[in-house]
Design a protein around this ligand. Structure first.
Ligand code: ATP
Ligand code: MG
Length: 308
């Protein structure tokens, strides 16, 4: 399948001499939700701003839906909507005027019905005649999204869309992103809320110090790098793990009241059945058990720590 965005050999050194991106190669699939994760200063905004034509690349070739973002800037830009990390709106305009004007900037003919739909979808319709300066921060962020959607882009970039946003608006945004995807829009988002990526993304890219250190399907990533654990709540505390169980990856926790077995859920055998038999032989009884799987957050933290 032809990627909707392809980035090859991209580097960026800012005028200060700071090397913000070191040879980025990345392909985004049409119709996917791609989450770009990385710590502060990793280069997420730099990468997005380059693809959107706001920052110049130092080298490399980028295509958006087949258009070279440098040579064919206008065509590429028309396919892209961007909700930037920093809020910037014209304070003295009304919501409706700002969104309509933004559409006009891309050379699209006026379409009040479409603008109305966007505003309704973002629960902004009752604010359409309000001056932007009178809106709350979360409302202003919705206006930024409405502006980004004003010209019906095929690709939408959301740079930290839910930073400083309340739980309800965050849920609304997730809903909106999903319904956009259902209409065929490709979505690339950055976020510091890993649970957001876990919930929303089809694929995840991790960037650290200007390098992409991993790109993977979310489900595969969680399967591959996620550890599974079985926790047995013991009837009687143990002081130490009996020698007879030395061959198993076991740990004691909860002051000896819990026996924790770590295993590979994808492996040939999990080893749970023989462990259970062994415990029964040793007369180690338990009253309850639970299993747990590591979260994307744990996977992310260990990836970033391990990268140079
Ligand atoms: N105009 C600039 N001139 C010089 N250095 C810059 C400029 N813009 C960004 N940088 C640097 O480039 C690096 C990457 O910044 P960028 O904004 O892309 O990070 P980010 O991953 O988006 O971080 P955050 O999570 O904080 O938004 C940072 O070290 C930053 O200080
Ligand atoms: Mg950023």
């Amino acid at each position: 399948m032809q990627p909707i965005i392809s980035v090859s050999g991209l580097t960026k050194t800012y005028a200060s001499g700071f090397e913000a991106l070191k040879t980025i190669n990345l392909e985004i699939r049409p119709g996917e939700i791609f989450a770009l994760l990385g710590p502060n200063g990793a280069g997420k905004t730099t990468l997005i701003n380059i693809i959107c034509g706001i920052v110049n690349p130092s080298s490399g070739v980028i295509r958006a839906d087949g258009c070279d973002i440098v040579k064919d800037y206008r065509a590429a830009r028309a396919k892209i909507g961007l909700v930037p990390q920093e809020l910037s709106t014209n304070a003295f305009e009304t919501v409706f005027a700002a969104v309509s004007f933004s559409r006009g900037l891309f050379g699209r003919p006026a379409n009040p019905a479409y603008v109305e739909k966007v505003l309704r979808d973002l629960s902004l319709w009752d604010k359409k005649d309000s001056m932007i300066m009178t809106l709350s921060g979360g409302m202003k962020r919705r206006v930024m999204i409405a502006k980004a959607l004003s010209h019906e882009p095929k690709i939408l970039f959301l740079d930290e869309p839910t930073a400083g946003v309340d739980v309800e608006l965050r849920r609304d945004m997730w809903e909106m992103v999903r319904s956009l995807r259902a209409t065929g829009v490709t979505i690339i988002l950055t976020t510091h809320y890993i649970e957001e990526a876990e919930e929303m993304a089809d694929r995840i890219g991790v960037i650290n110090k200007g390098e992409i250190i991993l790109v993977e399907d979310k489900a595969a990533l969680m399967n591959k790098l996620g550890k599974k654990q079985l926790i047995l709540h013991l009837l009687d505390r143990l002081d130490a793990i009996p020698d007879e169980l030395a061959g198993y990856r076991l740990e004691l926790s909860g002051n000896g009241s819990e026996l924790v077995y770590t295993y590979d859920a994808k492996g040939e055998g999990t080893g749970i059945a023989p462990l259970m038999r062994r415990l029964s032989d040793l007369k180690i009884d338990f009253q309850d058990l639970q299993t747990s799987q590591s979260s994307l957050e744990e996977i992310f933290v260990s990836l970033v720590r391990a990268s140079p």
